[in-house]
Design a protein around this ligand. Structure first.
Ligand SMILES: NC(=O)c1ccc[n+]([C@@H]2O[C@H](COP(=O)([O-])OP(=O)(O)OC[C@H]3O[C@@H](n4cnc5c(N)ncnc54)[C@H](OP(=O)(O)O)[C@@H]3O)[C@@H](O)[C@H]2O)c1
Length: 215
């Protein structure tokens, strides 16, 4: 059984946990306040889920999802994630995260920041442009007509193939935006950020995306 580790148990983390459990994964989930604060969620998720510290969730996960407010990304434990696929759901909201100059000047992207923090992990951007609630309502079986698609970006082809397979099991097609540095094409205020899109529509949205400086 594949184990999904989760660092972050809020809107997105708890929903990815529900989805993963419903698709037969084991889940180890963590937050900033400690495992005991996740007792209600873990009871809901059932016997294939447990709460842990962030370090233990990182150690336990075959794949680990980082889904914390971006301002806290430097807290993500580095050593236990060495060599692992790490999914980054994070978005940049300066009013929440404070100003990050290299994002303000668009010289990097959120996922590249996480990749720099986790130099030996294989970071794949995913789940950043779907509202949390829709994760458990919008999935459809493989091959469904007009199936919803989600964007990934990443620098490691093998990691992207694994995440594409994960998304398929979760009920979504995948559109590959390219390397991490192309992740800006699905950041806040781009056409594909938020609405339900098929793969074809998302490809169009990615091509039409504009940098903040050009909007
Ligand atoms: N909400 C959405 O629909 C949505 C959609 C796509 C992407 N996103 C992005 O995904 C990320 C998470 O969003 P969210 O809405 O799920 O946030 P949220 O509801 O505020 O949840 C954040 C979670 O991260 C945990 N956390 C914070 N600092 C941590 C740390 N240092 N170590 C371990 N866990 C920590 C929090 O734990 P405590 O509560 O214990 O502090 C909480 O469980 C954000 O970057 C957001 O922009 C959100």
């Amino acid at each position: 059984m594949t184990t999904l580790g989760l660092i972050g148990a809020g809107h997105i983390g708890s929903q990815i946990a529900r989805l993963a459990v419903s698709r037969g994964f084991a889940v180890v989930i963590s937050n900033s306040r400690g495992p005991e604060t996740l007792a209600t969620l873990v009871a809901e998720l059932g016997p294939s889920a447990r709460a842990a510290t962030a370090v233990d969730a990182a150690k336990a996960g075959d794949i680990v999802v980082v889904t914390v407010p971006l301002k806290n990304y430097r807290d993500v434990p580095v050593a236990p994630l060495a060599g692992k696929i790490v999914i980054d759901t994070n978005n940049y909201y300066p009013q929440r995260d404070g100003h990050i100059p290299e994002l303000d000047n668009e010289s990097t992207t959120t996922a590249e920041l996480l990749q720099a923090h986790l130099p030996t992990s294989k970071v794949v951007k995913a789940f950043n442009h779907i509202y949390a609630a829709q994760l458990t309502t919008d999935g459809q079986p493989t091959g469904s007509k007009n199936r919803r698609a989600l964007v990934i970006a990443g620098d490691d082809p093998g990691a992207k193939a694994t995440v594409t397979d994960l998304l398929d099991q979760f009920g979504f097609d995948t559109v590959d935006a390219g390397p991490l540095k192309e992740g800006w094409r699905i950041q806040r205020d781009t056409p594909g950020y938020g609405p339900r899109r098929t793969a074809e529509e998302l490809r169009r949205d990615l091509a039409a995306a504009k940098r903040y400086a050009d909007q």
